[in-house]
Design a protein around this ligand. Structure first.
Ligand code: CP
Length: 313
């Protein structure tokens, strides 16, 4: 299908064919990344602002590299060194960036809905790089791209997402993407962090970790997001690691070809044993690699690109 959207704010509003257009375009950009000259002129003359008001390593640097590979002019906005600290509003900040002719704003914010708010009045395209506990659309797209690349399909796969689901924007975006593409999604973790209301999104909830991982083709581990929790949701880190962490003993009880995913940052020894994070079944760094191609695809499509057919392989 041909892409028509101006913003990427969430996965919930995308159709399965729109998701596939991003993934197909990302595959073409991944091939571009194997060339001697990895840069293309798709965003030449365009200005992209990376407006990160919350910490980030992977998302921020891979968006910046994606913008460089697409030949954009880049402004990296540092919230700590900005006039946000003097009380300037987000709306005024964004309007000032637009006054400098920003064409795209890639935004991370602790408030759910902040990118949607900016998209209502800005001329520039807005890309959600993570908003509170709501969504992290490019993470879900790169996760789904990695599943498709490693398993050759998404439909029919058993995907278990294990950890802090309640406070996770990654979980919400993954649930939307995976269920739209036909995967069977199981959620597992402490009952305080995996409320049954998530079943309304079309997935299964279980509190039995052994059962959740036994038939999984993909096990996607999420860290405990203390930064968003206003009260203690479980007795302690040690107890969490023992009850829900992916240990070597637990890994031995999974399918031999089950893949281990994690959006990062990982907490070794908590949600994942250190050795498992680095083992052959871990695709954690492949996810990071694929983030570059996926973010190039998103920026290309939002700038008027129609799909993978426009990228010369
Ligand atoms: N996965 C992810 O969003 O990581 P960062 O917070 O480092 O960007």
């Amino acid at each position: 299908m041909t892409w028509h959207r101006k913003h990427l704010l969430d996965i919930e509003s995308l159709s399965a064919s729109e998701i596939m257009t991003v993934l197909d375009t990302a595959r073409a950009f991944k091939a571009v990344g194997t060339r001697a000259i990895k840069k293309v002129p798709a965003l030449r003359g365009k200005t992209v602002v990376n407006l990160f008001v919350e910490p980030s390593t992977r998302t921020r640097i891979s968006f910046e590299l994606a913008e460089q590979r697409l030949s954009a002019d880049i402004i990296n906005f540092s919230a700590e060194a900005s006039s946000l600290k003097k009380g300037e509003t987000l709306k005024d900040t964004a309007r000032n960036l637009e006054a400098l002719n920003a064409d795209m704003i890639v935004m991370r914010h602790s408030a759910s809905g902040a990118p949607h708010f900016l998209a209502r009045f800005l001329r520039a395209s807005v890309v959600n790089a993570g908003d509170g506990a709501h969504e992290h659309p490019t993470q879900a797209l790169l996760d789904t791209f990695t599943v498709l690349e490693k398993k050759g399909k998404v439909a029919g796969l058993n995907v278990t997402i294990l950890g802090d689901i309640l406070y996770s924007r990654v979980a919400r975006s993954n649930i939307w993407a995976l269920t739209k593409l036909g995967a069977k999604v199981t959620l597992c973790g402490p009952s305080t962090l995996v409320p049954r209301v998530f079943e309304e999104m079309g997935c299964r909830v279980t509190y039995d970790v052994e059962e959740a991982i036994r038939e999984a083709d993909i096990i996607n581990l999420l860290r405990i997001q203390h930064e968003r929790q206003r009260k203690t949701m479980f007795p302690g880190i040690g107890e969490y690691a023992s009850l829900f962490g992916l240990s070597k003993a637990r890994l031995a009880r999974t399918k031999p070809d089950a893949l281990i995913m994690h959006p990062g940052p990982i907490n070794r020894g908590v949600e994942i044993d250190s050795e498992i994070a680095d083992c052959g079944r871990s695709v954690i760094l492949d996810q990071v690699t694929n983030g570059l191609a996926v973010r190039m695809a998103v920026l290309f499509l939002l700038n008027g690109g129609k799909g993978p057919q426009e990228i010369a392989i």
